[in-house]
Design a protein around this ligand. Sequence first.
Ligand code: GYE
Length: 330
Amino acid sequence: MKHCKRLNRRLAVALAACLMLLTGCAPQSQPAAPMQDAKQVILGFSQLGSESSWRIGNTKSIQEAAKRAGVQLMYENAEQKQEKQIKAIRSFIAYQVDVIAFSPIVEDGWDNVLGEAKQAGIPVLTTDRRINTADESLIVGFVGSDFYAEGRRAGRFLLAKAADMAQVNIVEISGTVDSTPMRERALGFRDELGGDTRYTILESVSGDFLRSKGKECMQGLLKRHSDIDVLYSHNDGMTLGAIEAIEAVGLTPGKDIIIITVDGEQAAIDLLKAGKINCVVECTPLIGDKIMELANKLAAGESIPRNIYSDERVFSEFDTDLADLPPREY
Ligand code: GYE
């Protein structure tokens, strides 16, 4: 039966490849569809976009890990559109892949397509971000970061940094609305600051995890508020944009405004060393090997843990080992 399903799938993959060749309309991010060793696991992966260095590092990690693990990867990039992710998942179901993994751009709106995957008997793993659903059985597991913990770590740094300040005015540039990192980084940060009345969040705006929007957001925030002490930004890309805006009005980032950012890409670590950023909360995109290990297990019918979190740290101006940090891979 399993053998039969595999043959059908091979046929579907080969037919799809022929059709693409005949019509000459293969999409740019065409899923790899060569006939391979019958035992090779096929993983359909829907990436949400390429909005940041984090995301590009994440894609690279997944593609390289697939090669190392001998997993046949059908990769699709949804360019920031949920409809495109849904379409990609439907195409993976049509190809009868062994396992589907995806990084959901937002949390809501996945029940129908995941119900179809379940119906087809294909296990689905969410990576990096989570979904919101009443039916937990639609997903077999999650691998990625604990964003709530990241928010708390950002808050913890601020508590230490601003210990002597009488009043602390914060602006927040958050990530994509309704995405898991946006929700949880905001919540963890607020919970860590607790009921301390010295801390005020003057305004929170969404910069969609994009550098250009981070700059625009900061320009607006600087116009509307003359008393900003702290910028808490949900990713390095937006922080880099915001720093340009801060410098453009003659202020010194890291001194006039305390800068706290999340991700830990090389450019942010460099600015931390240069004193323009005060704290970088690490969020690693390097989860490719883990995803392949889980895909192989799922394809073999084994069970996997419900949640797997990456080990992460904080880099800040309080650290003495910054000079010795190895180069970042993203
Ligand atoms: O922080 C940001 C990216 O989901 C953890 O998405 C990821 C976030 C990351 O665009 O840079």
